[in-house]
Structure formats: C-alpha cells, structure tokens
Write a protein that binds this ligand. Structure first.
Ligand SMILES: Cc1cc2nc3c(=O)[nH]c(=O)nc-3n(C[C@H](O)[C@H](O)[C@H](O)COP(=O)(O)O)c2cc1C
Length: 164
C-alpha cells in the first residue's frame, strides 16, 4: 500500500479480534511515531506499549470513551515532555502510529489524552514521571468487522485558493 492509499483508507477501528500482535510489528508502529515531524526537532515523546490484559482493563475503566481498549490486544500510550509544542509533536507521532498500524494490516483508534480529567490517572497507573503529558492512548488490533468510513467534509468545501 502506498502512502496516499494508506492515509485515504485509514479509519478508526474500535472492535478487535483477540489476536496478539508481534513484538516486531509493535516496534514498527512505535518507530513510525518516533520519526514524526517535531518542532525544532525536540522529539519530546515517549511511548508505552501495553499488552497486559489487567492493565488494559484498568485503562479502559479510566477512559470514558476508550472502553474498547480492554478488548484490543495492544494499547500504545503516547506521552510528551512539557515543551512548547508538546501537543502538536505528540499528535503528529500519534497520527504516524495510526497510519503505520493501518499499513501493517491492523485497525487502530486514537483515544483522547491531554484534554481529559483522567489524564493524571492514566499517568499514575503507568508510572509516568512528573513533567510529561498524556497525548493519546491508541487501541490497536486486527479489525473484527469492516467499519464504514466516518463522513468527511468535501474537498471543495475546505479548499481555498489564495485567500479564505
Ligand atoms: C484528538 C482526538 C481525540 C479522540 N478521542 C477519541 C476517543 O476518546 N474515543 C474514540 O472512540 N475516538 C476518539 N477519536 C477518534 C475520532 O472519533 C475519529 O478520528 C473521528 O470520528 C473520525 O473518524 P476516522 O478516524 O475513522 O476518520 C479521537 C480523535 C482525535 C483526533
């Protein structure tokens, strides 16, 4: 799959088969996060991957809209050191991981981090040191069903020539 096909066919997946993911594939996804664009090349990110079912259940219990993390074989938690562009950098890394997961034949879904009241609870559960912010928790696994694409705004609606 080429890059454009990958980003055009990616969609959020929230239902997974109970099939585990190889360590090599996990490393490939996190490597894609590591290579994301980052302001001033600061690379403030850290990645925790969680496969342990008890920990995934605890994460799912904490996250209101991330209950499916309990059923996903893998959760990749993206953190950023509190730098000026921590949110942009962490978000770029998150999107790279979503795309890498899709390219490798997995489905994934971004679960919200920094804006949520539960962010400190997730950090505490995972032993994250002070000075880091939760960007996202990404559920990953083989899709259990083919989900229909979320409606997207048309190109004509969002594109502006020279001025807004
Ligand atoms: C910042 C951000 C936070 C999100 N948080 C959640 C979440 O907590 N739970 C969830 O199920 N999906 C979450 N999503 C996924 C969006 O719901 C999804 O990307 C959107 O509906 C568009 O669908 P698509 O990813 O299939 O294109 C989040 C996405 C972003 C970018």
């Amino acid at each position: 799959m080429d890059a454009l096909e990958c980003l055009k066919t990616r969609r959020s997946v929230r239902k997974f088969l109970p099939e585990s993911i190889s360590e090599m594939a996990i490393q490939e996804m996190i490597d894609a996060g590591r290579l994301a664009a980052t302001a001033r090349n600061v690379q403030p990110w850290e990645f925790i991957f969680v496969t342990n079912p008890d920990t995934r259940k605890k994460l799912a219990d904490i996250m209101e809209y991330g209950k499916f993390i309990a059923e996903a074989p893998l959760c990749i938690v993206v953190l950023s050191k509190e730098t000026k562009y921590f949110l942009e950098d962490g978000s770029a890394a998150t999107e790279n991981i979503l795309l890498a997961a899709h390219a490798l034949g997995y489905g994934a879904c971004w679960v919200a981090g920094d804006k949520k009241d539960y962010a400190p609870d997730v950090c505490k559960l995972l032993g994250v040191p002070e000075g880091y912010r939760l960007i996202s928790s990404i559920a990953v696994g083989k899709p259990a069903t083919s989900s229909s694409p979320a409606p997207k705004r048309n190109l004509e609606e969002v594109i502006h020539r020279e001025k807004f």
